[in-house]
Write a protein that binds this ligand. Structure first.
Ligand SMILES: *Cc1c(COP(=O)(O)O)cnc(C)c1O
Length: 416
């Protein structure tokens, strides 16, 4: 976050462009991304792997804007998708399907057909029943589906319970104890080809310990499989590397990848990772304008034009985002609840923030590049925000602000 968004004199800028200029040109609320931050983030992953055979599959759900997908594809990334829609986005961004892995517990037959037609790299299969369905669908198309089992290593990711995915009680993956049997079964199904193994234990992890514990459990399985003659092409260690929102101290990309590679030192399979948040989270901010300063009996409210429908993380996970004024003012700070206009008490962006602002000022909600726009909704019939990308002093709109008309374009009057 540090260098891509910084104050020049008293004005907060993205790279070389004052955020106030972007608000002026494109309006608010508006997501603003630093192109340089995206590229630097990706290159840190690349260089951390050094000579090791690898593929970085960006987790599309973190931020699926076509401009972002296109950029990562150009840098050589693959993609982790969790729906047919995300696969179509990857293709629409001009990327090939050959570096796509398809995760998710509920793949439909239609999604399987689309993925087989486009020849994705691998299906990350999450259950025995999914293996059977995939075998049937592939057979009906006269194709062979490449598969990897997503194994649930039963490791505590020590993160928010809504984003911990690698515990026995979670819906994700196949049980560690059943994995070997399922591999034997997969090897016998005629329309499947066993290609890999994987795991993904959760999101916003701030320690390497759980990643290493999961990797070691996966390695033990790989060793058993190879003793039985099941040879894998790749080991997919998922995503989940955390970022700094507040005072977290997540490992650097280099330390994180280094720890994974150490755990996999004895193996020669290609290593896949699926980072989402770590690549985009700190590359974006949500720019919003203060509509009113309302002084209540107990609290002061800064009512802004962005809301929980634009950035759901505070309401959903009680997540903390820095909120910075776009213009630094020489006046005393006051404590504000930063809230949106949506009719829910849970509609807030930050509690008890010290800000020196006047009505009409702009605020930047920091670290909003991941799971911001991608989780946004139209609640309260609010059109979704515009998105803008900046590189140096170049500013481009990468998604138009939605119009109210688009919101009800598919709706029909009920006629009796
Ligand atoms: C969400 C997800 C990711 C990305 O998680 P981040 O925490 O954003 O890195 C990777 N793989 C799978 C299977 C996921 O569901």
């Amino acid at each position: 976050m540090a260098d891509y968004f910084s104050y020049q004199d008293s004005r907060l800028c993205v790279e070389q462009v004052p955020l106030a200029d972007i608000a002026q040109q494109f309006g608010t609320p508006c997501y603003v991304y630093s192109h340089t931050a995206l590229v630097d983030g990706y290159r840190q992953f690349e260089s951390a792997f050094a000579e090791r055979k690898h593929l970085i599959c960006y987790a599309v759900k973190a931020n699926p804007n076509l401009a972002i997908l296109h950029q990562f594809a150009w840098l050589g990334a693959g993609f982790d998708v969790v729906s047919g829609g995300e696969l179509q986005r990857v293709l629409a961004a001009g990327a090939g399907a050959g570096k796509v892995v398809f995760s998710g517990v509920g793949k439909t037959e239609a999604e399987m057909r689309l993925a087989l037609d486009t020849k994705i790299l691998c299906f990350n299969v999450e259950s025995g029943v999914e293996l059977l369905r995939l075998n049937k669908v592939a057979g009906s198309m006269g194709k062979i589906a490449p598969v990897s089992l997503r194994v649930n290593p039963d490791v505590d990711a020590m993160t928010h319970p809504y984003i911990a995915t690698g515990l026995r009680q979670n819906k994700f993956g196949v049980a560690y104890t059943e994995a070997l049997d399922l591999y034997r079964k997969a090897a016998e199904l005629p329309h499947l080809r066993v290609a890999g193994i994987g795991c993904h234990i959760g999101s916003q992890l701030t320690e390497t310990g759980p990643f290493v514990a999961a990797a070691e459990k996966i390695r033990a399985l790989v060793e058993k499989l190879s003793a039985e003659g099941v040879i894998l092409e790749h080991i997919d260690l998922g995503g989940g590397l955390g970022i700094r929102y507040h005072d977290e101290t997540p490992p650097s990309t280099t330390d994180y990848i280094g720890a994974l590679l150490t755990a996999m030192q004895s193996r020669s399979e290609k290593i896949i990772v699926e980072p989402g948040r770590a690549l985009v989270g700190n590359a974006g901010v949500l720019l919003t304008r203060v509509e009113y300063l309302k002084h209540g009996e107990e609290k002061n409210f800064a009512i802004v034009d962005a809301a929980m429908n634009d950035l759901m993380r505070p309401s959903l996970y009680d997540a903390w985002h820095h909120i910075q004024p776009v213009l630094r003012r020489a006046m005393p700070m006051q404590q504000y609840e930063v809230v949106g206009p949506v009719c829910e008490t849970g509609d807030f962006l930050g509690h008890a923030r010290e800000l020196a602002i006047v009505q009409g000022d702009l605020l930047a909600v920091m670290s909003a590049g991941a799971y911001g726009m991608s989780m946004s909704s139209n609640y309260n019939s609010r059109p979704r925000a515009a998105e803008v990308m900046v590189s140096g002093n170049v500013v481009q709109l990468i998604r138009e602000r939605e119009t109210v008309h688009q919101l009800f374009a598919g709706e029909k009057t009920f006629l009796l």
